[in-house]
Design a protein around this ligand. Structure first.
Ligand code: GLU
Length: 466
């Protein structure tokens, strides 16, 4: 069974690069009816926090990416890791090294002076004498001393690391007994039966070390995919200045989670020239072997465009629910769905959608001076007054079409053009001369409120006159 995992270190919020990795892991698992696991790598007790782990889970909940089973916390597994360190010691595949920090520094210094790569020289590898007193040993693994460590990465292709360039008998447990990063990642990936390790390519150079550990413990080596990072327009590492990095900031900025996931899936992967993917399509089409080899550039306009596409087509009920986060409750509004349908083509974000909706459902707090002076002239007010009487004499209109039929009849009788009525009406309804279809707006405001808003404008003209 295919099992993938996302393994964040909880040092802060969930980064969008991390979310993209998580999405890729999720898609690979779901495509194969496998499992997607979440493992919090919180062994660095000084740098990790519970808040950060909670923030990661909150971001997952928002995006809708669900993981299988319980979250695994590495900090609960120290005993397990220690038992594997002990196993390697017992089998003679790891050993205690009593070299002091000063000795190690001196060794490195000498190597540098001799133009050699600084590395541990293996002096305690076969040590059987009396250990120096007062030194708490570290545990080192017996790594290959020559040759290459190679593997076929699903993104990068064949990768070769020459032992003499980068490997020595590296530390798997520190002198205080705590296991090191590469050790715990390997133990967990093996015990969690991860088949496909998908992660950022900043981890590529850890992989040969992890392979040494897999081999020492006789564990099966998973398929690795190292994903290039996300860059900014200048081709530099994405930073906070290039846009929000915290996934939850996208929520606050009015993006839909499916739009963000859709944006991220395309950032580093493609399927023909398709841009919009439902989650089902992503699961069906995503192919980790087709992840781009080169880094992708973050493009905010593209994200905005994708978001607007989702706002255009998403179920109105869902949008209404999302708008609650922006303090707009439409659930009791009788024309909530019509309102969404009237506005959805014009809004690029949920914030815009909420603002536009508020501009219609709230009585205008003021009238736009420029529009007012331009359109509330001549007979405009007299026409509005008569139109209001026509409305009141008529039975209540309950759709945009009914308002339109009535208005058109009125215009014909009076020999007026649509614009003679539409702009003053807009100002009366929303305070300015810009709105979607005026009849749609009237329908949402509702018959009684339309009459009241026209009266309000007439009163305003009487008492305040701009
Ligand atoms: N904890 C690592 C990180 O947050 C990921 C380790 C891995 O995926 O192997 O970068």
């Amino acid at each position: 069974m295919t099992i993938t995992r996302f393994a964040p270190s909880p040092t802060g919020y969930l980064h969008i690069g991390g979310l993209r990795t998580a999405l890729y892991c999720y898609l690979v698992a779901k495509n194969k009816n496998g499992k997607f696991l979440l493992r919090i790598e919180d062994t660095d007790l000084a740098r990790n926090s519970k808040e950060a782990a909670a923030a990661i889970k909150e971001a997952f909940a928002w995006t809708g990416l669900s993981y299988d089973g319980e979250v695994i916390y590495q900090s609960n597994r120290f005993d397990l890791y220690k038992s594997y360190v002990q196993k390697l010691l017992d089998e003679g595949k790891a050993y205690r090294c009593y070299m002091s920090k000063e000795e190690l520094d001196a060794l490195r210094e000498a190597q540098r002076a001799a133009k050699q790569r600084p590395h541990y020289d293996g002096r305690y590898r076969d040590f059987s004498g009396e250990p120096p007193s007062g030194v708490a040993p570290v545990i080192r693994i017996k790594a290959p001393q020559e040759g290459e460590i190679s593997f076929v990465d699903g993104v990068k292709g064949e990768v070769h690391f020459k032992v003499s360039d980068m490997l020595d008998d590296f530390i798997i447990a520190r002198s205080d007994g705590t296991p090191t990063y590469n050790f715990v990642v390997t133990i967990d990936d093996a015990l969690m039966k991860i088949t496909d390790v998908i992660r950022g390519d900043d981890h590529l150079s850890n992989t040969p070390k992890q392979i040494v550990i897999y081999n020492a413990l006789g564990f099966k080596i998973p398929q690795f995919y190292h994903v290039p990072m996300i860059l900014n327009h200048q081709g530099k590492k994405l930073s906070k200045r290039d846009g929000a990095l915290d996934v939850m900031e996208y929520k606050r900025a009015g993006y839909l989670p499916e739009a963000l996931l859709n944006f991220l899936v395309r950032l580093g992967w493609s399927h023909g020239d398709q841009e919009i993917f439902s989650m089902e399509e992503m699961i069906q089409f995503f192919e980790p072997g087709h992840i781009n080899k080169s880094a992708s550039a973050f493009n905010e306009e593209k994200l905005i465009w994708i978001n607007s596409q989702y706002i255009k087509q998403l179920d109105a009920k869902r949008l209404i629910k999302e708008l609650e986060y922006f303090n707009l409750s439409l659930s009791n509004h009788p024309k909530a769905h019509e309102l969404i349908d009237l506005l959805r083509d014009r809004a690029k974000t949920l914030i815009e959608l909420a603002d536009m909706a508020r501009a219609i459902i709230n009585v205008p707090s003021n009238y736009d001076e420029k529009a007012y002076k331009k359109f509330i002239t001549g007979d405009a007010l007299a026409n509005l007054k008569v139109f209001n009487q026509t409305l009141q004499a008529h039975e209540p209109c309950s759709s945009a079409e009914e308002f339109e039929v009535l208005a058109k009849q009125f215009l014909e009788e009076k020999g007026l053009k649509l614009k003679d009525l539409a702009q003053p009406l807009r100002i009366a309804m929303v305070g300015g001369a810009v709105s979607p279809s005026v009849f749609g707006v009237l329908d949402i405001i509702g018959y009684q409120n339309v009459i009241a808003r026209i009266e309000r404008l007439i009163d305003f003209e009487k008492y305040n006159k701009l």
